[in-house]
Design a protein around this ligand. Structure first.
Ligand SMILES: N[C@@H](CCC(=O)N[C@@H](CS)C(=O)NCC(=O)O)C(=O)O
Length: 221
């Protein structure tokens, strides 16, 4: 099999790209990566020409494996777990719970994601006043983290590092960027993610990118 190729967006902004990239790294799966600069013509409408050439959804990430094109971050993570089963917890029920938490991130937390656009290198001076639905998402998030960390003993959501952590890693950066007040257990969890070698590799690359997306940078100016 030729090496899989993961097409990703700007590392500073593309939270969906970070997730399977981390899963592939944590799974020890060899892959090549190709970064497509998001922004400009077609951005936000899934109409960037270079993206459409590699991903039928017009969105990244997309993983090319042989003649298969796997898009949707969670589907790529599932493929990674088929190569490296330790990416999900070994216990059946813990695995089901980890899948539930991962799906919840993939399909939810809309208010949080909209209000706190991913911008890894950015730091706000003060936490903004959040609307009620954003506060509700934050409560939901901390409740989920508290349950998982307590039940499985940490330091990752399900004990050992798993796809659930890949799904929530970008949220840790958002909490940091937007100076969100977080409970101690959540800060400890974020610090565990921030100390991870693969995360740091991604973060460093994002910080070093010399191009930006105007639409995202315009938030909270
Ligand atoms: N549900 C998709 C979301 C992917 C997504 O929204 N990707 C963004 C970058 S983070 C994108 O490609 N945007 C291009 C555009 O909006 O035109 C997934 O989980 O992979």
């Amino acid at each position: 099999m030729t090496r899989p190729v993961l097409y990703i967006g700007n590392k500073n902004y593309s939270s969906w790209s970070m997730r399977p990239w981390l899963a592939l790294k944590w799974g020890g799966i060899a892959f090549d990566e190709k970064l497509i600069r998001l922004g400009g013509e077609g951005y936000g409408r899934s109409q960037i020409k270079e993206v459409r050439e590699v991903s039928p959804s017009g969105r990244v990430p997309a993983l090319h494996v042989g003649d298969a094109v796997i898009y949707e971050s969670l589907a790529i993570c599932e493929w990674a777990a088929e190569q490296a089963p330790s990416l999900w917890p070994a216990d059946t029920l813990a695995r089901a719970e980890a899948r539930a938490a991962s799906s919840e991130m993939h399909a939810g937390f809309f208010a949080l994601r909209e209000a706190m656009s991913c911008n890894i290198r950015r730091r706000l001076d003060a936490e903004p006043e959040w609307r009620g639905n954003v506060r509700a998402d934050l409560e939901q998030l901390f409740d989920l983290w508290r349950r998982s960390l307590t039940k499985h003993g940490g330091p990752f959501l399900f004990g050992q590092i798993s796809i659930a952590d890949a799904m929530y890693a970008p949220v840790c950066t958002r909490l940091r960027t937007y100076k969100v007040t977080v409970p101690d257990f959540a800060q400890r969890y974020c610090d565990t993610i921030f100390a991870d070698a693969a995360f740091r590799e991604w973060e460093r690359a994002g910080e070093a990118e010399d191009f930006s997306i105007d639409q995202t940078e315009a938030l909270y100016r």
